[in-house]
Design a protein around this ligand. Sequence first.
Ligand code: ADP
Length: 401
Amino acid sequence: MKILVINAGSSSLKYQLIDMDTRDVIAKGLAERIGMDSSRLTHRYGADCAEKYVVDTVFKDHTSAIQMVLDALVDAQHGVIADTKEIGAVGHRVLHGGDKFTASCIVDDACKNAIRACYPLGPLHNPANLQGILACEKVMPGTPQVAVFDTAFHQTMPPKAFMYGVPKKYYDKHAVRRYGFHGTSHRYVSGRAAQLLEEKGYKHDKMIVAHLGNGSSLSAVVDGKCVDTSMGLTPLEGVLMGTRSGNVDPAVVEFIANLENLSVTNTLTMLNKESGLLGISGVSSDMRDVNAAADAGNENAKLALDMWQYGIKKYIGAYAAAMGGLDTLIFTAGIGENDALGRWKVCEGLEFLGIKIDPEANKVRGEEKLISTPDSKVSVWVIPTNEELAIAMDTLELTSK
Ligand code: ADP
């Protein structure tokens, strides 16, 4: 079966068409500037999706963008399927499922209403995600759709891990709590690791997954279930990220707002968009640029790297303590999969926890690999994440029932 995976944002939409028999991505692309004067579809196809077809047009809404995606998929010259009926189902990435979703679900009225009910928790993403779903219903009537939530995997956290120390009435009234994000990645990577470690005879009851990309989060996973994660009510909490600050004293918000004459909203925008690696280094939010600047002697870039490494190290220590031990540490996502020095620095000094990296094995980029020494008590791995495939796998499973 071929499954279309959609990640709809407010003004853009990413897609992948995956052949589930081979698990190959047969086409992928991006529709940008939806609802604006000039829009663009960039459609990739062919071997390794190396061929490119660009259409400059106007997408007045998500429906016209999805229609254009379907047109590209069946295009006589650049298409990859003869008929859109070859698409067996559509899987949608949905940011926030609140505490209503512990797993992915078939899109029906109840599912759509629950996504709407989570608008206050994901005000930018959930409405856009639902737009993508409604658009597919319009242009592909009868094709089953599945919603896959970024928050679902973390719903197994116990209250002691997900509650904030604010008056409980805010949880009761407004569902203020930690939800966590990147759940599809944490679930995919921890599941893949369990499979791999089982085959190779490694212990894997207590795992930490470090998803380190532009957005970064860590999770503590016991027997396949998430028991804690670093992101919170929103993706702002946790470790230092590309442009997000991660943890700060909440009083910083009022303090900066008053001194800089900013609104709370503008201050939070600063914490989300102008902080992190970008805000500290003053160079870039992209780890490759920050690494290059640090190598060239830029002191602010060096500080950003120190903070990034130190913050992740602290979470690893905290989660090992929370779980009462650690069997497996996994690095994934753009930085986790590619930045050997970053991984080394994060693990340096954690020998007391039983973590020993093999410098040779650690010279790896983007492939599944054991990077710890044979005598390391904790096995440390690089496992590439694949959120689109995870969404497609859920979609296949739910629609094949
Ligand atoms: P997201 O999906 O959150 O947008 P990614 O998982 O794609 O982010 O990760 C992007 C990050 O990965 C960027 O900071 C980028 O610099 C980093 N990255 C990619 N390749 C490398 C590399 N070779 N060395 C260090 N960082 C890398």
